[in-house]
Design a protein around this ligand. Structure first.
Ligand SMILES: Cc1ncc(COP(=O)(O)O)c(C=O)c1O
Length: 532
């Protein structure tokens, strides 16, 4: 039994028997929170006042008889709802003495379920953000419960095997040839990073340099060519790899960014040495695709590395209606994909696929460390063993992010995920139709996938005022919070670009989106009264 002094110090060892109780708190909050997603605003700026309470613990919160706190963990509660933090507290610093796990978790849940951006609900259309299917969410909780280090087979055979199965199932889901292998990473940014790191290694190899060992210092600039759809995260990956984000040579034939193939071909012909081509499968403004097949032909003709950024576009493979958009992807050297977008698994989840997966440990291995398993260890047996994923990507210690992926694919299978994708394709077409029917809205692009790019264009507003109007409309939508839609610039015009990838979204939310846009538009640019 701990002594009184030890109890006071709050060593987690004395909290060992509370884990189940604290998890019950989370469980108790989860049901009402998830139920509330259907109706609550996506975000309520007023709830941001609660954020101050994160660093203002004050006196330990007083638990109620049922172990909760006054004010409780009621989703939808707001500032001034009678919670414990309404009282004065000490500002800022790390608490010297903790409030205890029940009080801490209660506070986190109370603030979190209220002040979060409720992006896992059905009316979040900003960026490209999916939710979490019930099985994926439970899989993610399991990953936290088991707290596996998915670095090495030796650290967790379970995590290593689950990752291998998850990658194989994903490859099959996307119809990629068997030879592709890869690694689970934190995001599409990291998938771009992983792919382009391997591309860098390949390119340096052509120059007789082992870049993993010796770096870039003796090498010329690596040529990277793309159309105008290249995503900021691919540039960021190049920036992190030491190439510089402005390395990318963009060949676009118009303001939208459509790739200029003849210009790319001219440049490849002129280059004296290997290059990296980036194709974009699903760009963020309108969901368009580069012609991957044509880029694969060029890569083959000129001996270039073809990388495809298919963060969410890879899910086009799930439906026969859209699979053709990806034609040629089976010839890519590397492919970057996201799980936390259209697979609807929680953050952080991405995957990189390589046509020659054996290149991954060459780029990411950590040779020469005796205590780590792998070919570089002086204790290595020399026998190729099972894959150690720490050597297959940028991270070393890593969580078992295979668990939510495995759980959602096991729970719903190809059929369930196809049904979800096809519903969202239908919803995007419905939205396009509603926009086309609305006299005050103008669609700016075709809708090949799940993004609808349009703007407000009421007849009584002069064309040179439309950008400003749409900027204000975008801001008003985020302030309003009933539906969350982002703005962009498409073909030189400010536009809205809702992306539909959440498993919960149905026709009702799409109809509401158009209603809210038009309602706010009518307030921002009221139509002149007849004869007025
Ligand atoms: C085409 C594309 N690539 C990469 C990314 C980066 O994804 P993440 O934020 O998951 O790193 C995105 C994000 O929207 C994207 O649309």
């Amino acid at each position: 039994m701990p002594g009184a002094e030890e109890e006071r110090v709050g060593d987690p060892l004395h909290d060992r028997d509370s884990a189940a109780a604290v998890l019950r708190q989370v469980y108790a909050a989860a049901g009402p929170y998830l139920d509330s997603l259907a109706d609550r605003p996506v975000h309520d700026a007023a709830t941001e006042a609660l954020l101050a309470e994160l660093s203002k613990l004050g006196a330990p919160d007083q638990p109620t008889a049922d172990g909760g706190l006054p004010g409780g963990t009621t989703p939808g509660g707001g500032p001034g709802d009678g919670g414990p933090a309404d009282g004065a507290g000490l500002e800022g610093g790390l608490p010297e003495r903790g409030v205890g796990s029940v009080a801490a978790v209660d506070r986190l849940l109370r603030i979190g379920t209220t002040a979060a951006t409720h992006s896992s609900g059905p009316r979040f259309f900003h960026f490209v953000i999916g939710g979490a299917t019930p099985a994926a969410l439970a899989g993610d909780w399991t990953a936290a419960l088991l707290d596996q280090n998915a670095a090495f087979r030796a650290s967790s055979p379970l995590a290593a095997e689950l990752e291998a199965v998850a990658l194989r199932w994903l490859r099959e889901l996307f119809g990629l040839p068997d030879r592709y292998g890869g690694a689970l990473v934190a995001s599409a940014t990291f998938a771009n990073f992983t792919s382009l790191a391997v591309a860098t290694h390949w390119w340096a190899e052509q120059h007789g340099v082992d870049v993993a060992a010796d770096g870039l210092v003796t090498l010329p600039r690596m040529p990277v060519l793309s159309g105008g759809y290249v995503h900021a995260s691919a540039r960021k990956a190049l920036q992190m790899l030491g190439h510089g984000r402005d390395t990318v040579e963009v060949y676009a034939r118009d303001r939208v960014g459509r790739v200029d193939l003849p210009a790319i071909e001219r440049r490849l012909a002129e280059l004296d040495g290997p290059a990296v081509l980036i194709a974009n499968a699903g760009e963020v403004n309108a969901g368009d695709f580069d012609p991957i097949e044509a880029l694969a032909d060029l890569a083959e003709r000129y001996g270039a590395w073809l990388h495809v950024d298919a963060a969410f576009g890879i899910f086009a493979a799930l439906s026969p209606r859209t699979a053709g958009l990806l034609r040629g992807i089976e010839r890519a050297d590397s492919i970057a994909c996201d799980g936390h977008k259209w697979l609807n698994v929680p953050y952080e989840s991405g995957f990189a696929f390589l046509r020659e997966p054996a290149r991954l440990p060459v780029a990411f291995g950590m040779p020469g460390t005796a205590y780590l398993p792998g070919p570089g260890s002086p204790l290595w047996s020399g026998q190729p063993g099972p894959v150690d994923y720490a050597l297959y990507g940028p991270e070393s210690s890593r969580r078992a992010r295979s668990m939510p992926i495995w759980a959602t694919l096991a729970a719903y299978g190809r059929e369930g995920h196809r049904a979800m994708v096809e519903r969202q394709l239908d919803l995007a077409q419905r939205l396009a139709r509603l926009v086309d029917e609305a006299p005050d809205l103008e669609r700016l692009a075709e809708v090949p996938l799940c993004i609808v790019c349009f703007r407000a264009a009421p007849g009584h507003v002069p064309p040179d005022e439309l950008d400003d109007l749409n900027r204000r409309l975008g801001a008003a939508l985020l302030d309003d919070g009933r539906v969350f839609v982002g703005t962009t610039v498409y073909d030189g015009r400010v536009a809205l670009r809702p992306a539909i990838v959440n498993w919960r979204t149905t026709e009702a939310e799409i109809d509401l989106l158009v209603e809210v846009v038009r309602e706010l538009l009518a307030q921002l640019a009221p139509a002149p009264r007849p004869g007025g």
